[in-house]
Design a protein around this ligand. Structure first.
Ligand SMILES: *[C@@H]1O[C@H](CO)[C@@H](O)[C@H](O)[C@H]1NC(C)=O
Ligand SMILES: *[C@@H]1O[C@H](CO)[C@@H](O)[C@H](O)[C@H]1NC(C)=O
Ligand SMILES: *[C@@H]1O[C@H](CO)[C@@H](O)[C@H](O)[C@H]1NC(C)=O
Ligand SMILES: *[C@@H]1O[C@H](CO)[C@@H](O)[C@H](O)[C@H]1NC(C)=O
Ligand SMILES: *[C@@H]1O[C@H](CO)[C@@H](O)[C@H](O)[C@H]1NC(C)=O
Ligand SMILES: *[C@@H]1O[C@H](CO)[C@@H](O)[C@H](O)[C@H]1NC(C)=O
Ligand SMILES: *[C@@H]1O[C@H](CO)[C@@H](O)[C@H](O)[C@H]1NC(C)=O
Ligand SMILES: *[C@@H]1O[C@H](CO)[C@@H](O)[C@H](O)[C@H]1NC(C)=O
Ligand SMILES: CC(=O)N[C@H]1CO[C@H](CO)[C@@H](O)[C@@H]1O
Length: 504
């Protein structure tokens, strides 16, 4: 179960690049929609009472649908939620009741990934098997507390947005989130005073700190935040969560480099040249030096990375591998690239340039390409049918073929859609390239939460809100070493508040 939790989730599918405006979508009005503002009378409307296809096992009572974020002039900007209660009556308790019983929210990342993936493959009560049948997950987090999976920001998953209503940045994301919560707690009034745990993974490592920051700025928040927990989160820069930890990933899984000591020494020296071998102590005195962007060789444009799904990352790696092979054949280019050798360890003795200094500080890309090209079993998978067999989120998983982890069949089925009150104005996609600022080419313009983590931790201390960062051992993309680095770097004074869990 913890293993499954670590699968992170995002793809580039969804929005076609050809279209200029992001799509306009809107919620569907199902029969029995109450008139007027939100209140407990909406529980009946949202309750999932129709039979879900392929679900032949009992589920706790659950509610689902779209709720507006209260953004002025954007009535179709909504978030989609699917809530499962812990025990009969717990989520429908009256205002002020069960005030010591926590409730939780789960968020997937992306940016632009649906939290339905977390629900259906990681920590929810119903799971989809490889053959698209459904089975009960007996270890759902809804067995611990009333739990709600939420698609956000607006326009993600089953959430809706008009074509100029997508969030501009993370601050707007935070405002939208509290607009939604303000309405949600009118439907389930006991949630106003019960301790809230906001949990999520991957790019939720950017969302959750911004949501928490927004919360601390509200004079009268609609909920009572108790803790936040971020798994394998992108709290810092891509360099810190991706490039810097590469050596530690290789040390954990030396089979990635075929146990080759020379190759290991090369990566080690490269990590040192790039300033990635920071020695962490607790308590840490002072800040670490600033790391320079690794993409300085101009050949691999290095922008703040979108976190892809396995499939998208694999095709990226595949493209790089193809390019690599072509370049190995082009002797002139190779010679040109060999000029890098002057400043790096001399590898001329190695056959066919098996370690390529051209990558400079892009150690993560180099590690993956190396494994795909030279290390069994990954090197066996260079085949369209087999896939590449490199699961960036779970290094020891070399399944061939990869598990499909595909929720489109279940969620886009009309009976499912109607039962969970999902929109009819869109097709559910696991992930979209999120169109920040309503531009299909827009990336996230907000600064990384690492920049305000000190202040966030200080606010959290004074509000008695716990911050939990946890990491999976097998995730190479957002690896634990990066989490240790950014938290120790920024939060030494507050580390007593943080819990580090290395999930085996
Ligand atoms: C759950 O509680 C409701 C009232 O809150 C009741 O009508 C219903 O029968 C209960 N269901 C089960 C399975 O206990
Ligand atoms: C889940 O629990 C049910 C009821 O206790 C049991 O029948 C089922 O086998 C369990 N499923 C798994 C995968 O353990
Ligand atoms: C909201 O959706 C409705 C359809 O339900 C549509 O008629 C309306 O134009 C949309 N509003 C905006 C601002 O996009
Ligand atoms: C900290 O709290 C103050 C209000 O006391 C708020 O204005 C500020 O945005 C918060 N900052 C963070 C990073 O939480
Ligand atoms: C970290 O420590 C190791 C040995 O203890 C040393 O080789 C390395 O240079 C140190 N890194 C930095 C950045 O000081
Ligand atoms: C990758 O491996 C193949 C053999 O499997 C070899 O022909 C090719 O040169 C290697 N590529 C690089 C970049 O070394
Ligand atoms: C239901 O499960 C079967 C496999 O048992 C699968 O073929 C089918 O696509 C599933 N349907 C839905 C709507 O999930
Ligand atoms: C699903 O519903 C839509 C209308 O909302 C309809 O056009 C489509 O044919 C339905 N699909 C199936 C398989 O019934
Ligand atoms: C320069 C060099 O070592 N070239 C070798 C690369 O690998 C092929 C086959 O694996 C050899 O034929 C080359 O001699």
């Amino acid at each position: 179960m913890l293993h499954a939790l670590l699968l992170l989730v995002a793809t580039l599918s969804g929005l076609a690049c050809a279209q200029l405006d992001p799509p306009s979508t809107f919620p569907h009005d199902y029969p029995g929609k109450p008139p007027g503002g939100f209140g407990p009378n909406w529980q009946q409307y949202f309750q999932v009472t129709e039979q879900l296809p392929n679900v032949s096992f009992p589920l706790s009572r659950n509610w689902a649908g779209n709720i507006p974020v209260n953004r002025p002039n954007h009535p179709n900007d909504t978030l989609f939620f699917w809530a499962f209660e812990k025990e009969n009556g717990s989520l429908t308790a009256n205002a002020g009741e069960r005030s010591n019983e926590p409730w939780g929210i789960w968020l997937n990342g992306g940016p632009g990934s649906s939290s339905m993936v977390g629900l259906l493959f990681e920590n929810g009560p119903l799971h989809i098997a490889n053959d698209f049948s459904l089975f009960a997950n007996n270890w759902s987090w809804s067995g611990l507390a009333d739990y709600i999976w939420i698609d956000q920001p607006v326009g993600t998953g089953w959430s809706t947005a008009d074509s100029d209503g997508y969030v501009a940045d993370e601050d707007q994301m935070g405002e939208d989130f509290f607009g939604f919560l303000t309405n949600l707690v009118e439907v389930f009034p006991s949630l106003k005073t019960r301790p809230l745990y906001i949990t999520g993974e991957s790019y939720a490592g950017t969302y959750i700190p911004y949501i928490t920051k927004t919360y601390f700025g509200l004079s009268n928040p609609p909920v009572k935040l108790a803790k936040v927990a971020i798994g394998d989160g992108t709290v810092g820069s891509a360099q810190v969560f991706e490039e810097l930890p590469t050596l530690s990933v290789i040390e954990t899984y030396p089979q990635l480099i075929g146990y080759d000591q020379d190759v290991y020494n090369y990566f080690k020296e490269q990590a040192h040249s790039c300033g990635y071998d920071l020695n962490l102590t607790y308590p840490q005195n002072g800040h670490f030096p600033t790391l320079l962007p690794p993409g300085t060789n101009g050949d691999l444009a290095f922008t703040k990375k979108q976190l892809y799904t396995k499939n998208a990352l694999q095709s990226e790696a595949k493209a790089r591998l193809a390019q690599n092979k072509a370049e190995v054949l082009a002797i002139d280019k190779l010679r040109k690239r060999d000029e890098w050798l002057k400043e790096k360890r001399d590898l001329t003795g190695r056959p066919n340039g098996t370690i390529d200094p051209w990558y400079k500080c892009l150690l993560y890309e180099e590690m993956i390409d190396y494994a795909l090209n030279f290390s069994v079993p990954w090197s066996l998978g260079d085949d369209e049918k087999l896939g590449l067999n490199f699961d960036v989120y779970d290094v020891p998983d070399a399944l061939s073929p990869e598990a499909p982890m595909d929720a489109t069949v279940f969620l886009n089925n009309n009976a499912t859609r109607a039962a969970i009150h999902a929109p009819t104005s869109k097709v559910w996609a696991e992930s979209i390239r999120y169109p920040f600022g309503n531009s299909v080419h827009g990336g996230d313009p907000s600064v990384e939460p690492m920049v305000f983590l000190d202040e966030l931790a200080s606010n959290a201390s004074s509000h008695n809100v716990g911050l939990i960062f946890y990491s999976g051992n097998d995730d190479s993309l957002v690896a634990h070493r990066g989490t240790e680095e950014h938290d120790i770097r920024r939060c030494t004074r507050f580390l007593e508040k943080a819990v580090y869990t290395l999930v085996q």
